[in-house]
Write a protein that binds this ligand. Structure first.
Ligand code: SF4
Ligand SMILES: [Zn+2]
Length: 346
């Protein structure tokens, strides 16, 4: 059975529940670095027609596809989604906007061109908005649509975000089923650069079928490979989302989300190798069984130091917490390679 078929079989058993199409899938406020300065952010996950790659099977860890609308939103719906999300930032004097769709903002079949224009025009006209980031699969990036976005944004900084996950084509294909190559990413990043658009590259620590040590090595290589094409690197820590192949293997004891010590070590080494490149990680779900975790005692504190480092970029912030479970993690790194990817500890 192909990896895509295994994912699709799971997708077909899960129904997308009907939900209002004029409300975003999610939105929240936070902080991020804009030109090295800590800035308020508003993240919006638009409810769209859904990721076409994900609806046909797609990525092994992705449960976001179930966030899509049960029927395609109208232009009025998109306007209402934007307004509802923006309410959360009404008191911010300035902010960066991050747009995700659980798919690709630049796919016209997912987000109609008119909707894209309405959203970007509203953000371009808001003087408080200092930067706009949109996420897309690299295959949807062209000279024409990047220029089209810039024509609307005028002088406002614009960023494209790509879920590259790894620079290894083999891991992207055989562990993630991502459906594009490193070369595709490079092509899109070069178009962005040509137009003065910055690039944020998302990597993912510990996809299926890798030991903890292999997963760390994969991310360290990937940072080196992606650095020349990236203005920021953000490392997602794989978590166990509902309705995914990752979940079905996790339920059988064949997958464990990454240790937080692994990302701490990665950030230390990668920052030393690339001191000028902003790199960050938001350990979503840290400490829970489905999320990245160490032991119960230290997970929260280690997650906090990772978040702090993401804003300060100071490696000293990664040295603040220690715990006895670090020795256990070191043992896992030593011996898990001999279990062919099956976790030796829950
Ligand atoms: S991770 Fe992105 S590209 Fe993959 S299925 Fe999910 S939304 Fe689509
Ligand atoms: Zn611990």
């Amino acid at each position: 059975m192909s990896l895509n078929k295994a994912v699709l079989d799971i997708r077909q058993r899960i129904k997308v529940r009907p939900s209002p199409t004029n409300v975003p899938a999610a939105s929240w406020t936070g902080s991020d670095l804009v030109n090295g300065v800590e800035t308020k952010t508003l993240t919006m996950i638009f409810k769209t027609a859904g990721c076409r790659w994900g609806k046909a099977g797609g990525c092994t860890m992705c449960g976001y596809v179930y966030d899509c609308a049960s029927e395609p939103p109208t232009l009025e719906d998109y306007k209402a989604q934007l307004e509802k999300a923006m309410k959360k930032a009404e008191n911010f004097p300035e902010l960066m906007i991050k747009i995700f769709t659980s798919g690709s903002f630049l796919d016209d079949k997912e987000v109609p061109l008119e909707a894209r224009h309405i959203i970007l025009e509203a953000l371009a006209a808001d003087p408080r908005v200092v930067k706009v980031l949109v996420e897309t699969r690299p295959g949807f990036v062209s000279d024409e649509n990047v220029q089209d976005c810039l024509d609307i944004m005028r002088e406002k900084p614009f960023e494209l975000a790509f879920g590259l996950e790894t620079s290894s084509d083999r891991i992207r294909k055989d562990s993630i089923n991502k459906g594009f190559s490193f070369r595709d990413f490079v092509r899109a990043a070069e178009i962005a650069k040509k137009h003065g658009v910055t690039v944020k590259t998302y990597l993912m620590l510990k996809p299926l079928f890798l030991s903890e040590k292999q997963a760390m090595e994969d991310i360290l290589h990937s940072i080196d490979d992606a650095a020349p094409y990236s203005d920021t690197i953000s490392i997602n820590l794989c978590n166990v989302q509902k309705g995914t192949l990752v979940e079905s293997l996790w339920e059988k004891g064949q997958y464990r989300p990454p240790w937080l010590w692994s990302i701490v070590e990665i950030l230390k080494q990668a920052k030393a190798a690339h001191p000028e490149l902003p790199m960050m990680s938001d350990p979503v779900g840290a400490g829970s069984k489905r999320g990245p975790h160490n032991c119960k005692i230290c997970s929260r504190d280690v997650a906090d130091e990772i978040r702090e480092f993401s804003l300060t970029q100071d490696p000293a912030d990664l040295e603040k917490v220690d715990c006895g479970c670090k020795e256990l993690w070191k043992k896992v790194l030593e011996i898990e390679d001999f279990t062919y990817g099956t976790p030796i500890l829950e």
